[in-house]
Each structure stands twice: as C-alpha cells, then as structure tokens.
Design a protein around this ligand. Structure first.
Ligand code: UT7
Length: 332
C-alpha cells in the first residue's frame, strides 16, 4: 500500500516557529558551569541555545509560533476550532497552556487542551488532532509544540543544563486542502522506567515543599547514557514499522526530520536505518534540544530554506521521556 491517495489523513496547511532572541553559546555557558565548548560539541553537536526572558512564558513562545503558522496557512484565529499544545513546561499546572494561548490569540471558544509526551509531544499532538479531524467534528486544528525548558533546568547540573533550549513551533491542520499531507502515524510508549528522564517533584507524588526545593527535585533529571541507547532503538523500530505498514522502503525517504537531541543519536539512527545522514535535517547546533518544539521548528526551517520540495516523502521521528516515541510519514 503506497498509493498516498488511498490514505485519508489530514493536511498541514501552514507551519511557523519562534525562538527567543537571547543566544547563549557554549563558551558563555562554560563561564557559568564546569563544562567546555569542546565537550559539548564533541558529545552532542550543540553549539548554542536560545533562552527566553524571565517574563516570557511558554504560552508567549507558542503565541509567536502559532501566529506565524496562521500567516503561512493564510488563515485567521477565527478559522480554528481545535487547539492542542504539546509541552512539559506549561505556564502553570492548570489551566492548560492551550487555553491561555486561545485567549492570547483571540481564538473562538473551542476545544483546547495540552498533551504531555515530552519530546514526542508534537508528533503525539498531530496524531490526536489528525484523529479528531478525521471524525469530521472538527475542521481546523492548531497544533503547537512549545517549551521554556530553561525554567526547569538545574544550572548546577552540567550533565543536563548544556543540552536544552527554549522555543516553539506550530502547524495548522485541516482534513483537506493543499499542503503537507500526513500519511500515517506510529506512536508508542514504555512507562516501565520513568526515572530515566523525569521531573521528580511538584506533582502529586512529591508536592512542592521545603524538602523538595532543598532536594532540587523541581528540576529535570536524566540518565543520559540509558536514554541515548533507548532513543536510537525505539526510533529505528518506529521508523521501520511505519515504512513497512505503508509499503515504503528506507530508500524511498527523501528527508528525515528527527527530534533534535544529539548529533550522535542522529548519526546512529542514520546508520541503523541505512538512510544517508545528508537526508536528516538538523539544526540542534543552533538551538539545542527544545523537546516538543524541536520537530516543528526544524520542519519550519527546512521548508523556509527550501530543503524539502513538494511531492517528496518525509519522515518525522521522535523519542522522549516516558519513554515515548512517534514516527510520522508525510508527503511534502
Ligand atoms: O530528548 C531526550 C533528551 N535526552 C537526550 O537526548 C539525552 C541522550 N543522551 C545523551 O545525549 C548523552 O548521553 C549525553 C550528551 C547526555 C552525555 O554524553 P555521554 O557520552 O553519554 O557522557 P556520559 O554521561 O557517559 O559522561 C561522560 C563524562 C562523565 O565524566 P567521567 O565520569 O567519565 O569522569 C561526566 O561527568 O563526561 C562528564 N560530563 C561532562 N563533562 C563536561 C557530563 N556532562 C558534562 C559536561 N561537561 N557538560
């Protein structure tokens, strides 16, 4: 089955992204933390990251990206009847960042909610929005991946704080029309080892207290080496499964837009899938890992600089805390 016309999924009509102005490169970071440009570059490929201003919340980053996506789609906030925001750094535990974005953008009083699937969040949100659009009860979805990861970074922990950055990306989806056609999804999760990457405190298990603050439990904690191994394995499997389900081979893929976590993860994935590294779009050197925002930011950039051409076959693939993963096949 590889005739795209046989498949009924939604169309991405417009894409937009936003990155905060403040650029912090590895040299500057190494003045604050016991690290070096050499270590960060050789282990991750990251050279710099953007950091939001103190008064900028995730919904503010989302607002900029969503506005750009609406302009790209030639649509207005009044056209939207579904808002899904993927984030692990919501403005607050509740109400959802999607509700806050609705108000800031002037979207009508439609269905708005957040999805939390960490770095796979944007692809999970696309999967959910695609399903809701195909029910025909919704016509036009705004799907956003937005993160202010600097707000949960432990700036005393060099094993994590050098990796992440802030940003947002957004897409406008309808179930027909011209644009980037979504052909299918392969999303999954394995919740058996949550402590590999988590934020231990501030939830119902360990509510905010003097002890949780003293224990620095409100910051992101990660076992990087184990996440690395799992990431490559689950992304390879999801990619192979979606290709085979749709009757495509690895060699049919023109472009891969991977989650932007680590250049070495991307290299391993390229080797294991047998898809040349040159087909992988990477911008993690400039922005670091922006979690749920990383894929829509990369997609927007790849389209703007004409890396991808109409009619080409694309694969977006991500992994994240949970462990979650998702692969999405698209026709540009
Ligand atoms: O979106 C999902 C998010 N997570 C990820 O994608 C993370 C996936 N994992 C990774 O990207 C890599 O595992 C890291 C980049 C996090 C770490 O690279 P690694 O090659 O696995 O290094 P390591 O954790 O094994 O640490 C090697 C050494 C250690 O020193 P010793 O014990 O060998 O003396 C660390 O203490 O590097 C040290 N180290 C650092 N040194 C300088 C760890 N972080 C730093 C640092 N600067 N920032």
């Amino acid at each position: 089955m590889n005739s795209d016309s046989e498949l009924s999924s939604s169309v991405i009509r417009g894409v937009g992204s936003y990155l905060p102005e403040k650029n912090v490169d590895n040299i500057e970071l190494s003045k604050r933390v016991d690290t070096s440009d050499e270590w960060i570059t050789s282990r991750t490929g990251i050279k710099a990251r953007r950091i939001a201003e103190k008064e900028q919340a995730t919904s503010d980053l989302a607002l900029e990206a969503a506005s750009a996506a609406l302009v790209d789609a030639g649509m207005s906030p009044r056209d939207i009847d579904l808002v899904v925001v993927a984030t692990i750094t919501p403005d607050m535990a509740f109400p959802s960042t999607a509700c806050l974005l609705q108000d800031k953008l002037g979207i009508p009083k439609v269905c708005c909610f957040d999805i939390e699937a960490a770095c796979s969040g944007f692809l999970y949100a696309l999967d959910v929005a695609d399903g809701m659009l195909s029910s025909n009860r919704y016509k036009c979805a705004l799907v956003v991946g937005a993160e202010k990861l600097s707000s949960i970074m432990d700036w005393q922990d060099r094993t994590t704080c050098v990796l992440f950055g802030d940003g947002a990306g957004a897409a406008v989806l309808t179930n027909k029309g011209d644009g980037l056609k979504i052909l299918g999804f392969k999303s999954g999760a394995d919740g058996s080892n949550p402590k590999l990457l988590h934020q231990p405190s501030g939830g119902s298990l360990d509510p905010a207290s003097q002890e949780s603050l003293a224990g620095r439990g409100h910051f992101l904690k990660m076992n990087g080496r184990e996440i690395f191994k799992s990431a490559v394995r689950v992304m390879e499997r999801a990619a192979r499964e979606i290709l085979s389900e749709h009757g495509y081979k690895e060699s049919d893929i023109d472009h891969v837009i991977p989650h932007q976590a680590n250049a070495r993860i991307v290299e391993s994935l390229s080797q294991r899938l047998g898809i040349p590294l040159g087909k992988f779009y990477c911008n993690l050197d400039k922005y670091g890992n922006t979690s749920a925002a990383s894929i829509p930011i990369a997609l927007d950039e790849a389209r703007r600089i004409s890396v991808v051409q109409k009619g080409q076959l694309g694969l977006m693939v991500a992994f994240g805390a949970g462990l979650t993963w998702s692969a999405v096949l698209v026709r540009f």
